[in-house]
Design a protein around this ligand. Sequence first.
Ligand code: DC
Length: 216
Amino acid sequence: MGFIIAVDGPAASGKGTVASRLAAAYGLPMLDTGLLYRAVGVRLLAIGGDLDDPSAAEASARGLDLSELEKPEVRTRAAGEAASRVAVHPGVRKTLFDLQRAFAEREPGAVIDGRDIGTVIAPDAHAKLYVTASPEVRADRRWKQLTGQGESVTFDEILADIHKRDARDGGRKDAPMTQAVDAILLDTSEMSIEQAFDAARRIVEDARARSGNLPG
Ligand code: DC
């Protein structure tokens, strides 16, 4: 098996940026698993379906085409909320499992970011990071991103979204968001992107030295 780097953490923690920088540094393909759940939510909303209906959500996951991850709609605030709601259904998670696992098992390895990568999708990952930041810092980052995309939303609305999403993602029964026992915590609250990447790289280098595995 190739070198697998699992990057988990809450919404807008900086995990996506850290994951894509690591992928570029090590020459590994990257999978943003949040996009899978976002696309499942978006395609269900497009047909007027109920996000809280387990069988409708599972059917949406079964019909997913990976080209849907490229659509700009999956990056919206509504898509994030829809993703978190469809992600509670075990049938949705089961349907998306094989695809994620197959990605993890490909040579030369992968960087995968999400909520349950180090715990469920790739418990055998060589390096595990749990990237977090304070709710206020995360809300500020997400607010800048969304308003930059042209969405009209206040900081307080985003902060409320963040608290609701943390409670739902961390409180669900199936594969809740949690730090794996062997994951290293990286709090990016006070860090620039460059500092977060440097810290992440050191964590991966330590893991690589321990496992004796060279990525790429
Ligand atoms: O990383 P993100 O904000 O794009 O994720 C959107 C939602 O998808 C998140 O609130 C919960 C769900 N998700 C999940 O349950 N498991 C994952 N591995 C990734 C995302």
